[in-house]
Ligand binder design. Structure first.
Ligand SMILES: [Zn+2]
Length: 469
């Protein structure tokens, strides 16, 4: 058997692992490369191998760095099934179409505005994939339930288990026949931090012969939730009650927005804040929230209870979902009293940029940063204390208070990852540390050896073929 890591090797995006075994070949995840100038080219070149050999695809979860190349895979000729959990299939119906729409818009922009380059190049930039191609890839999806046994191909059995990372997220146990015996490969996907809002804690696995474990935060421990809530309460009080401004929260549409709604509702229910008027201004976040409500069966018990409370206490905790552009623009005239959640999470695109434009230069407002801000993004400049930023070609002074609040990460930290691995009855024959920047992956590989006493894990090189026995 052979494993090849085509992405997320020494970095966090582009998850895609190819497994060759006696009976055939399959992929686990097929994600976009994100961040950095080289990402568009890497995405164009990513699936440069014999796609005809692939019998099926297993998908751990809907985040684009795991799923975002599926439309391209299908457009390039892949005709087999793509297996994912029911909630993942629902989310992809929104997310892949949105991703394709963005790809189309970006190509259009490049062709129209970058005339000098266009003239040099002499041809039109094509989108990575179109909305039509994304729609076609959705027809290849096969929804399955957690813990359901699946035999996607002769000699391969697998089981999707709850990873507690985002709605529908899974880690996958794959049993592959090998010379009369079977080998179990476990793909962790992205693992959630236990005891976090909305979703259930990750399930655990007791056996893995070969393990691929994520390491996004393999080199750190998250701040305690209690401290996070204290910081958030202070920021909300000061801005809404004391100063009479708005609180703007840039938030990823899928996962983070729903967790924030939970956290904010809980602050009101527990009496730490009297009342809150929340606006969710992101069509994608609204769609993802609706899907989260649809999949109530995947929530933890506290979330169900809190949801019932919120339904009967809309005078104290109200949430408005904004769809129309006109309604979104009207928000610019609201001077105070609102908590506005909007995307994108790193302030690079979408409606959040308008809310920043109208609130950043006002001392009575505050911006609460709750997610990872990659280098080079507007969000990162705000976190780093920029005094001016440029929005829509205009220089805007930063007068609002900027709060950076940790502790809401959707990824398990080092202690949680080690605890999860601790459930294995025996060390795997081979452990691959994936989905982490080099510093995180190497620190985590060392932690696995010292804390668990396992043999040295491998941080795979992208594209290299690893033979396994
Ligand atoms: Zn993820």
């Amino acid at each position: 058997m052979e494993l090849t890591f085509l992405g997320a090797a020494g970095e966090v995006t582009g998850s895609c692992t190819r497994v060759r075994h006696e009976g055939g070949c399959f992929l686990v995840d097929c994600g976009l490369f994100q961040g950095g100038r080289s990402a568009p080219l890497r995405n164009m070149r990513a699936l440069d191998f014999a796609l005809r050999d692939i019998d099926f695809v297993l998908l751990t979860h809907a985040h684009l760095d795991h799923s975002g190349l599926l439309p391209r895979l299908v457009a390039l000729g892949y005709k087999g099934p793509i297996y994912a959990t029911r909630a993942t299939v629902d989310l992809l119906g929104v997310m892949l179409l949105d991703a394709a729409h963005i790809q189309e818009k970006e190509a259009e922009w490049a062709n129209r505005h970058d005339r000098a380059r266009h003239a040099r190049r002499g041809w039109d930039v094509a989108p990575l994939y179109t909305v039509e191609q994304a729609r076609l890839s959705l027809s290849r999806l096969r929804a399955i339930d957690y813990d359901e046994g699946l035999e996607p191909h002769k000699g391969v059995r697998c089981r999707f288990r709850d990873a507690g990372h985002i709605l529908g997220s899974s880690f996958i146990e794959v049993d592959v026949a090998m010379g009369g015996a079977t080998r179990r490969i476990v793909f962790s996907g992205d693992l959630g931090q236990p005891l976090r809002p909305v979703l259930r804690d990750p399930e655990v696995t007791e056996r893995a012969d070969i393990l691929c474990i994520e390491s996004t935060y393999g080199n750190r421990a998250h701040r305690q939730m209690a401290q996070t809530l204290d910081e958030l309460t202070v920021a909300l009080h000061q801005t809404l009650v004391h100063d009479g401004g708005n609180v703007i929260i840039p938030a990823f549409a899928v996962g983070r927005t729903q967790e924030l709604l939970f956290v904010l509702a809980d602050l009101v229910r527990s009496g730490r804040i009297d009342r809150l008027q929340v606006v969710v201004d992101s069509p994608m976040a609204s769609a993802a929230t609706a899907l989260t409500v649809k999949h109530e069966d995947l929530w933890d018990a506290e979330t169900r209870e809190l949801y019932r409370w919120a339904q009967h206490n809309s005078d104290r905790f109200s949430v408005r979902f904004v769809q129309d552009v006109e309604e979104s623009i009207a928000l610019n005239g609201c001077r105070g009293g609102l908590v506005i959640l909007s995307a994108s999470g790193m302030c690079e695109a979408g409606r959040i940029k308008h809310h920043l434009r109208y609130n950043l230069d006002r001392r009575e407002c505050s911006i609460v940063m709750v997610g990872f801000q990659a280098a080079g993004t507007l969000g990162r400049r705000l976190v780093d204390g920029a005094r001016y930023v440029t929005l829509f070609g205009e220089r805007i002074p930063v007068r609002a208070r900027i709060h950076t609040i940790g502790g809401l990460s959707a990824h398990a930290d080092q202690p949680a990852l080690l605890a999860w691995l601790g459930h294995l009855h025996q060390p795997p024959r081979k452990t691959f540390v994936v989905h982490g920047e080099m510093a995180a992956a190497t620190t985590f590989a060392a932690a696995i050896q010292s804390a668990l006493g396992w043999p040295e894990p491998v941080i795979p090189e992208p594209g290299k073929v690893y033979a396994l026995h």
